[in-house]
Design a protein around this ligand. Structure first.
Ligand code: G4P
Length: 530
């Protein structure tokens, strides 16, 4: 038991989120460098060519030069066992990113110091907020001109609604970037950009009390500004409070430059200490403790055809409690049967390794003969656990899909249902039509291309997509609502999902409010939950 406990307590499973280009990949790469998982910076994903070598499984990724799927990066550092859930940077694949966040215990939010909070940061943050997981902020690119530090913090607080607690504080930026001040240790750490890519550059650490040395290192003017800022900070900023961080109400903030490798290892060390061990998860009314319960896991992602030669389907599972042992049978709750997980693998960025065992906090990929759905629970036969389903995110783009050759109806239905099961698309039907004509909703428009490509290549079915103007979807959740009696705006469309649940589509956001006003008692939800 204590071995299991020790193993679980070593685990730190987190995702790195950012608006594209803020520096997520560069930061990840530096983390891996410290863990010794890679020897050379640039091997995670540098430019398009390097990118392919790592996580691009699908042809379409190669064609587009973007990363569609996400993988898991696993390494040991300083006694910790780290699982980084790599999320695709491209904003069109946000739904996949959202699901990946469901498997993380905390998140690192990377912000570009010259841009502040951006659109994608806001979206991803919202999902982290739904889960109440701790969020750590790394404000990046201080080696370039940056926005005012107080304004950056203010923006995070106002735009994201989370209190900030700077753990360190930048001294200048761009050409005048001199380093950071560590508020806990009361030390100035000086910056040098001498070593891009490898380990930290040459730095000196000076206690703040040593005025002469600090002035020598950063200059009189910077010293005076820093003294004022420290005074202001100590008086005004939120105190570090572990409970508030762990409840997702306060974010510790760090400053640095991932590219020049300044402040990255310090951040990693603080982060690993401050963030949580694998969190308990809810099953019904019970919170399942990761240590005291036997093996359990849930499926958060299904990826088909990662290896075209094998036409395989991999179900990614996040282990939530106990120890996974490949030789033992597990119970698949939704399938109502006991089975042995086939070919359990640790899916690294560019390789797969067959696993014999894994612990709560880890991610495993198992071969899926088509039995798993996103959100499914598997657990030891002795356990009785059903994890809460993963919410379906509201699609924002819709298209009518028609098959070109109506003789291939069977393949069409099979293909589209399989792809929907993986969660890449959501399918809807108009009232009074059959399966030969359906409406597909996606979170990112690129999924339309993926759908077309996959139906053609994997199912030999050609389709035509006709974009629809709707952008807002609402599930009708009020009991006993008579669909025919709902009166709405002219841009409203009534459809149903595959579970026959009624929905409304709208072009404008304000129409949603209008429909609610016109139909007292009507209740609408943004997410369809099972
Ligand atoms: P992402 O995964 O969040 O999309 O961002 P990524 O790490 O790919 O970084 C985006 C760009 O920003 C890259 O430049 C990267 O080198 C640069 N960058 C990341 N961190 C820093 C930093 O701390 N300082 C500065 N000055 N730049 C940084 P690129 O020109 O798009 O690509 P590359 O040629 O460097 O690979």
């Amino acid at each position: 038991m204590s071995v299991i406990k020790d193993e679980i307590n070593k685990r730190r499973t987190f995702a790195i989120i950012s608006h594209p280009d803020a520096g997520k990949t560069t930061l990840t790469e530096k983390f891996l460098l410290y863990g010794g998982a890679i020897n050379l910076a640039g091997s995670v994903k540098g430019k398009a060519t390097a990118r392919h070598a790592v996580s691009d499984w699908m042809e379409i990724e190669k064609e587009r030069g973007i990363s569609v799927t996400s993988s898991v990066l696993e390494f040991e550092y300083d006694g910790y066992h780290i699982n980084i859930l790599d999320t695709p940077g491209h904003q069109d694949f946000s739904e996949d990113t959202y699901r990946t966040l469901m498997a993380a215990d905390s998140a690192v939010m990377v912000i570009d110091a010259s841009k502040g909070v951006e659109a994608q940061t806001r979206k991803l943050f919202k999902v982290c907020g739904m889960r109440g997981i701790p969020i750590f902020t790394f404000i990046n690119k201080l080696d370039r001109d940056a926005n005012d530090t107080f304004e950056l913090l203010d923006e995070i607080e106002k735009e994201l609604g989370i209190a900030t607690c700077p753990v360190n504080w930048p001294i200048g930026c761009g050409k005048n970037f001199k380093g950071v001040y560590d508020r806990q240790k009361r030390e100035v750490i000086t910056y040098s950009d001498t070593q891009k890519g490898t380990k930290e550059g040459e730095t000196t650490v000076i206690p703040i009390e040593d005025d002469t040395a600090v002035i020598n290192a950063i200059g009189q003017e910077r010293h005076d500004i820093l003294s004022d800022e420290i005074e202001l900070l100590d008086g005004a900023s939120a105190e570090y409070d572990l409970d508030a961080v762990q409840a997702g109400k306060l974010t510790p903030v760090f400053f640095g430059s991932a590219l020049t490798n300044f402040g990255v290892e310090v951040f990693l060390q603080y982060f690993l200490k401050m963030t949580t061990t694998p969190l308990p998860r809810k099953s019904g009314e019970e919170m399942i403790d990761p240590v005291t319960h036997d093996f359990s896991a849930f499926v958060f992602k299904i990826q088909a055809n990662m290896n075209k030669a094998h036409r395989d389907r991999i179900a990614f599972m996040r282990i939530c409690s106990g120890k996974f042992e490949a030789a033992k049978e597990v119970k698949h709750i939704q399938g109502g049967r006991t089975l042995r997980l086939s070919q359990p693998q640790q899916i690294m960025a560019d390789s797969r390794k067959i696993l014999d065992e894994a612990y709560a906090g880890d991610i495993i990929g198992v071969f899926d003969p088509g039995i798993f759905s996103i959100g499914d629970t598997v657990c030891a036969p002795s356990e009785d656990i059903v994890y809460e389903g993963i919410p379906t995110f509201a699609p924002e783009h819709f298209a009518r899909v028609r098959q070109v050759d109506t003789m291939k109806r069977k393949q069409f239905v099979k293909g589209i249902e399989q792809i929907a099961k993986e969660g890449a698309i959501q399918i809807f039907q108009e009232y009074n039509t059959g399966m030969e004509e359906i409406i597909v909703g996606v979170v990112g428009v690129l999924q339309f291309d993926v759908l077309k490509y996959r139906l053609e290549n994997e199912y030999n079915v050609e389709i035509k997509l006709e974009p629809l103007p709707y952008e807002h979807i609402r599930w009708i959740t009020s009991e006993g609502t008579d669909l025919d009696k709902i009166t709405g705006t002219s841009d409203m469309k009534k459809i149903k999902d595959l579970k026959d649940r009624p929905l409304l589509l709208f072009i404008n956001a304000w129409s949603v409010g209008m429909v609610l006003d016109r139909n007292p008692g009507l209740e609408l939800a943004e997410f369809g939950t099972d």
